[in-house]
Structure formats: C-alpha cells, structure tokens
Design a protein around this ligand. Structure first.
Ligand code: SIN
Length: 313
C-alpha cells in the first residue's frame, strides 16, 4: 500500500501537492475548485491589507517551456481571504489551509500579518518576501537587512505557524547568508521558490515584449524553473534547522518532477504554471505518476526517499 501522506510541523496532509499562491486561488470559485481537487492542501492568493487590481494587461503569457507573468499582486484584500478560510475551517476542520500575505512596504507587511494573528485562522501563514512584479519595488528577500527587519518585527507578535516565500538564489554564498538569517527565527517552513524574477520574452512575429508591465520584464515559471528549484530546495535543506520544513515550488509538470523535489528535501510541493495551463485535474495525474515512480523504486512512503538525493563520489 502506498502512503502519500506528509507532515509540516504538527499539520498532516493526505498528499504533498497544492497550488502555488497566485494560481487558481484568487476568489471563492477558484478556491472551491482547489478544495474539490485531489490536492493535499491549498493556499490563498497573496493578500494585501486592501484589495489591489494588479498590473495592466497583458500580464501573463504561456511560453514553450513555461510562462512569464507580471500580475502585480492582484487580490481581493485580506478580509476576503480571512472570510473564506473561516468558512473553510468550519467545513474542513481536519484539512489545514495556507494563507499567503504580502506587503509592498514594511508597514503593510506587518499590518497584514497582524490581521491574521488577530483572527481565528488556525492554519499556516506564508509571508511572500519575493514578488518580482511590483513596479519600483525590489524583491524583499534579496535585501538581507530588510528581511531581518521584517522577521524581527513579525516575531514580536506573531505566534501562529509562519513560513516565508523566497525568491530563487543562485550563489552558494547567498544560500549560506539567507539560511543563517532564517535559522534565527521560529519559522514553520520556507517555500522555495517564487518565479525567476525579471525575465524577458519576445514575440518573434512583432519583435514586441510578451507582457505589458515593467517594459516586458516578468517572473518566469514552468519547465525553465525546475533545475533552479531543485537546487534551492537542496541547498536550503542542507543548511536549515531540521524543524524548518520546505515547500518545493518550480517546474512541476509530471509526477517525476514532484518526486525530484521531495528527493531534494521538500515536505510539500506546489504547482504553478502547469496548474494554470491544465486546471485542477492535473493533481490526479501528478499523484498517479508519483505513485508509479515510487512503486518502480520500491518505496511505500515519501519519508523513505525525502532528502535521499545521491551525489557522485
Ligand atoms: C504576482 O502577483 O505578481 C505574482 C505573485 C508573486 O510572484 O509573488
């Protein structure tokens, strides 16, 4: 018998799959479809204190190997998502849900986190320190001092399970530096990684950028992202305290991609571009393919191969 259950802190999930925040989680209709899907959990769209319309369209384009987006954090505001999770928690008391929050300023990050702390939300919160798509604003987690400032302040009042959504890192010295910072806090998890920030793609028919915001610069997801996501999960698993779980995000198209992220150390795995392109039915296929890989390898649970990536001596 295959067991696909996974754990993140004290929270149990029937399987490791969920949506990436920003995909299939904007409103009640999309969130309800996620709830009805075969995924093990779900996360709400990164919420700001007040609703945001996001960037002008076109702000998303499919690419041969993935996608480019500069959505700009469109969302219905923290109160909308708190209302949703309140109802969800009543209907699904044993199925934990994630809420993603974000601020475009230090003050807003703190204010939106306070709203969660003061609510009766009993799931896991994820603070998004990595959105590449707000014009004029850098990705917070690329600034170690700002990251420390936010986490220092958050942990003066935030007592619920909290994780951080990180951007991709590329240098081993960056992994060392960021892991040393993150290890100082009682984080429940990290989510690595957000899209590959500020990529650019060109429509060959018109010699024009493919999305409108930021002169065409946008976050790259999909197959392009897989090797970087594997490296980020692996590098952080090697450096973080074992109590800090890892959600692996980036480049999942098949069950083997899910397996690979778990092999690098992921406790849960999020699906972004492929979910956007294929809809929530993708979770049935991914679970069936993951089960097939596990059966071929002779594994009956995720714990048997999590973090067991082999290197060449
Ligand atoms: C967006 O809304 O721009 C995407 C979310 C993110 O990359 O954090």
């Amino acid at each position: 018998m295959l067991n696909l259950q996974t754990q993140l802190g004290n929270f149990q999930f029937a399987n490791p799959l969920m949506n990436a925040s920003g995909v299939h989680c904007m409103d009640k209709t999309e969130l309800d479809e996620m709830v009805a899907s075969a995924s093990g959990s779900l996360v709400t769209k990164s919420a700001t204190v007040k609703p945001r319309p996001g960037n002008p369209e076109p702000r998303y384009a499919d690419l041969t190997l993935g996608s480019i987006n500069s959505m700009g954090l469109p969302n219905l505001g923290i109160d909308y998502y708190l209302d949703y999770v309140q109802q969800y928690q009543q209907e699904h008391p044993n199925q934990p849900i994630f809420m993603s929050i974000v601020g475009t300023t230090f003050e807003d990050n703190i204010a939106v986190a306070r709203r969660i702390q003061e609510s009766d939300f009993n799931g896991l919160a994820e603070i998004n320190l990595s959105c590449p798509n707000v014009p004029g604003e850098p990705q917070t987690a690329y600034d170690p001092d700002q990251t420390v400032k936010i986490l220092d302040e958050l942990f003066t009042f935030f007592t619920k399970p909290l994780g951080v959504k990180l951007p991709p890192f590329f240098d081993l010295a960056q992994f060392d530096q960021m892991a040393a910072i993150l290890n100082r806090y009682p984080l429940a998890f990290i989510n690595t990684m957000n899209s590959l920030g500020n990529g650019l793609m060109i429509d060959p028919a018109t010699d024009t950028v493919m999305i409108k915001p930021k002169g065409g610069f946008g976050g790259i997801g999909g197959a392009f992202a897989k090797p970087i996501a594997l490296a980020n999960v692996r590098a952080f698993r090697q450096r973080l305290r074992p109590e800090i779980a890892i959600i692996g995000t980036g480049g999942v198209q098949t069950g083997r991609d899910v397996y690979d992220l778990i092999l690098c150390g992921a406790n849960m795995v999020q699906v972004g571009t492929a979910l956007h392109q294929q809809g929530t039915g993708i979770f049935d296929r991914l679970l069936s393919e993951l089960s097939g890989v596990m059966q071929t390898k002779g594994y009956s649970s995720l714990a048997e191969f999590r973090g067991q990536l082999k290197t060449i001596e």
